[in-house]
Design a protein around this ligand. Structure first.
Ligand SMILES: [Zn+2]
Length: 236
């Protein structure tokens, strides 16, 4: 989990507008296939010549869990290159739920999961994982076979994080893919807020109560129950 920023980021309106425009193009590069994954030299020592002449391009399905890759995107004038460790396989869905918790508590994000903030920050690593899965499975997470523990009445209940994350995030991807303005504003829920004059922001300003956690706040509720338990114990 990333450390929470302690200070409130302040942008000017012009900075907000420019950052949002740039970030939307980055996000849509991944939704419209204007990106590629490349192997690193160190992982393909016998293919140095091939890599130097243009890279070993890999599909999302060819990525190995826990291995670092380059990712390159280029869409409508917005291009970039990053290096990250693919971890989009088993266990990724649960980490998306952790990400939502961290984003909700982050003064400079303020909501449980934000596509643009994800693309514009260190959370981009999760977006690359989601993009690889989306290209492979048509879903941001690798689908998981249902298990008995996914039944809420089971004594060892464990949420089916893959189903829950897919239910929340696949529609977010689909909407953003179809319409570049059908995306939540990346500033509206921050402590500073969106500086666009009322009614003029190009992105959605959805009330916070309508932004749900993929797991229904399961992790958060568990933590609160533990806290309550100790409070009760203390007061006895
Ligand atoms: Zn806005």
């Amino acid at each position: 989990m990333f450390r929470m920023p302690e200070t409130v980021v302040k942008h000017t309106l012009e900075e907000q507008t420019a950052l949002a425009a740039k970030t939307v193009r980055k996000v849509r590069a991944f939704l419209h296939g204007a990106y590629r994954f490349e192997a690193r030299y160190s992982d393909y020592p016998n293919e140095r010549d091939v890599i130097e002449s243009g890279g070993v391009v890999l599909s999302g399905a060819q990525l190995n869990e826990g291995t670092k890759y380059y990712v390159v995107w280029d869409y409508q004038g917005e291009s970039g290159r990053d290096c990250w460790k693919f971890r989009g396989g088993d266990g990724f869905a649960a980490s998306v739920c952790d990400m939502e918790e961290s984003m909700a508590d982050d003064l400079n994000i303020g909501m449980p999961g934000d596509l643009l903030q994800m693309a514009a920050s260190n959370w981009a690593q999760s977006m690359y994982d989601m993009a690889a899965n989306y290209g492979t499975y048509g879903s941001v997470v690798k689908p998981e076979e249902p298990r008995p523990e996914h039944d809420p009445d089971h004594e060892d209940y464990q949420p089916n994080y893959a189903d829950m994350v897919a239910a929340k995030w696949n529609p977010i991807f689909e909407r953003a893919k179809a319409d570049e303005h059908d995306i939540e504003c990346m500033f509206f829920h921050t402590r500073q807020g969106c500086l666009a004059p009322a009614g003029s922001c190009q992105f959605k300003h959805t009330p916070l109560r309508e932004h749900t956690f993929s797991d229904g706040g399961f992790g958060r509720i568990s933590a609160e129950q533990a806290y309550q338990y100790f409070m009760d114990w203390d007061s006895d």
